[in-house]
Write a protein of this length. Structure first.
Length: 99
């Protein structure tokens, strides 16, 4: 015959402190453990990172005035574009992404 779970050697029952053979058993709780204390430095760092992220999201990460100035110069042919350098950097980034 199989013992019901409530009599399974004390592991599921916190009231039982000894196994059937008399060996002490550490108390096991079903349903989780006590919450661990938090590290206040980690919490402070999380709050600092969260604030920095929210500050960045309020403004665009790119200076749009500078982007528009460069666009205008490119369209007018007054901005030097080194196609070979751009090609080399693209190939390099594809190689890095593949590894």
């Amino acid at each position: 015959m199989i013992d019901p779970i409530k009599n399974a050697g004390g592991f599921a029952n916190p009231a039982v402190t000894e196994h059937k053979n008399g060996v002490p058993v550490t108390e096991n709780k079903v349903g989780g453990s006590e919450p661990k204390p938090t590290n206040s430095k980690a919490v402070d760092m999380d709050l600092t990172i969260g604030k920095a992220v929210s500050d960045l999201s309020k403004q665009p990460p790119v200076d749009m005035a500078l982007v528009n100035d460069i666009k205008a110069k490119v369209e007018e042919g007054r901005y030097p574009i080194d196609v070979d350098l751009i090609t080399d950097k693209l190939i390099e980034s594809f190689k890095e992404a593949a590894t």
